[in-house]
Design a protein around this ligand. Structure first.
Ligand code: AMP
Ligand code: MG
Length: 423
């Protein structure tokens, strides 16, 4: 992260309000201070799934390596074909994938060829087998074939020396396959981002203990763990830390010494803010405390020691919403992904009526469904309380309602963002 000075610079901006940051502004401010990891590891391509490429992959060969056939059919010389009638050619051999025809095709001849078979010397056109009549060693071909048809040319996908994949590219199955197709077995990727996290709250108990009155099980550490794992981070689970300044300070120090990013949940809402606030003034700096969004209004962002810091709200739904809307992109950027495209959203008719007061961006939980005629629409999950984690489990999308939006009547088009597959 940049030094303290740049955080102060940010605070000089006209529209800077650390206690009510608009959603797009918050994204901008977060992006400003992110310094991606730089350490590199060499990995076998299979082990690189989910990692980020640390250098360009240059193609050491042409892909495809030879002109080859895109169809099962016959390799011919276009000059032998008639513009307005049939011609009969002699089949002199075959070219199958992996077993090319050794000779060359001279006038009046054709070679039987299969998809992926190398186009033999002399031939310049492939005629699909469905368009010919073959009998014994003869093939009869009609008119209307274009020179060069059904040929995949050497290097048409990639040429030797060309950049096949760019630094910053996340490695998905397609990239692993592409690298393998170049004969490359190892690639350079960035090291994993190290993320330490802990829950705060005297009321929290861990799974396995019995709850006394007023106590609840800690669930945020489990959702945060899951979301970080899906992003390919190295996770350091520091457990539950009680609402005690000494213990919190110790936890913040340990976390920031071991991790690139520190994530906490709870303890940043009204009444508790000053507690963490004092600590962060001592140990780091905070760019903003609150975002004009629902759920998730209390969201602190800054640094603690040398680590980036996200102080997520305590409410379980708010934790997930703020993570998907802010932390996810930041983690990907810090892990070296470049660019990090915004999550796509699209308009859908909403079949529910939605309650919404202007003033904040809302992220309601929605269910996208397809009706019997194949049309998609979205409805709300039901109660939208920020403590109702079941609403996240039932949902498969966010319904995003912009700041100025008021109540929504059924049939209105709303912005929808699909949740699955985003992390
Ligand atoms: P706080 O921001 O600490 O005031 O927490 C807001 C609400 O979220 C309270 O009802 C907390 O009990 C609840 N909460 C905080 N942390 C967790 C957690 N780790 N798991 C489940 N609920 C939590
Ligand atoms: Mg608390």
């Amino acid at each position: 992260m940049n030094d303290a000075l740049s955080i102060r610079d940010a605070s000089c901006a006209d529209d800077y309000d650390p206690n009510s940051m608009a959603v797009p502004k918050a994204r901008e401010f977060i992006a400003r201070f992110l310094t991606p990891v730089s350490a590199i590891e060499r990995l076998h391509i299979r082990a690189a799934l989910g990692r980020v490429l640390a250098e360009d992959v240059i193609s050491p060969l042409n892909v495809p390596s030879h002109d080859n056939s895109a169809m099962d059919g016959y390799a011919v010389r276009h000059a032998d074909l008639k513009a307005d009638g049939k011609v009969t050619l002699k089949i002199v051999g075959s070219s199958f994938a992996g077993a090319p025809y050794a000779g060359s095709v001279s006038a009046g001849n054709a070679v039987r060829i299969m998809t992926g078979g190398v186009v033999p010397a002399g031939a310049d056109t492939i005629v699909m087998q469905e368009h010919v009549k073959a009998s014994g060693d003869q093939v009869t071909i009609g008119s209307g074939h274009k020179k060069g048809q059904n040929l995949r040319l050497a290097g048409e996908d990639l040429k030797t020396g060309q950049v096949a994949l760019k630094r910053g590219q996340p490695i998905r199955p397609a990239e692993i396959g592409l690298v393998a197709s170049l004969g490359i077995g190892e690639i350079s990727v960035y090291r994993k981002l190290r993320v330490a996290f802990f829950s705060t709250g005297d009321e929290l108990r861990s799974i396995g203990s019995t709850l006394a009155e007023g106590q609840i099980y800690d669930s945020n550490r489990y959702t945060i763990h899951g979301m970080l794992e899906r992003l390919g981070c190295e996770v350091i689970d520091m457990g539950v830390v009680r609402d005690d300044p000494k213990l919190l300070e110790q936890a913040f120090r340990t976390a920031s010494e071991t991790a690139d990013v520190v994530i906490t949940s709870g303890g940043v809402s009204v009444g508790e803010a000053d507690f963490v606030k004092d600590l962060l003034e001592k140990l780091g700096e905070v760019v903003f405390w609150k975002i004009a969004m629902k759920p998730g209004r209390p969201l602190a962002y800054g640094r603690v020691g040398k680590a980036h810091f996200f102080g997520l709200p305590g409410n379980p739904v708010s934790v997930m919403v703020t993570f998907y809307q802010f932390v996810r992109d930041a983690m990907l950027k810090l892990a070296g992904q470049d660019p990090v495209p915004p999550l796509p959203s699209f308009k859908m008719p909403c079949t529910s009526s939605l309650k919404k007061a202007p003033g904040r961006t809302e992220f309601q939980r929605g269910i996208l469904t397809q009706d019997g005629t194949g049309n998609w629409s979205v409805r709300v999950t039901g109660e939208q309380g920020s403590g109702i984690l079941r609403s996240m489990s039932e949902a498969n999308c966010f319904i995003i309602l912009p700041t100025e939006q008021g109540n929504v009547t059924p049939g209105t088009l709303v912005d929808v963002q699909v949740m699955e597959g985003v992390a």
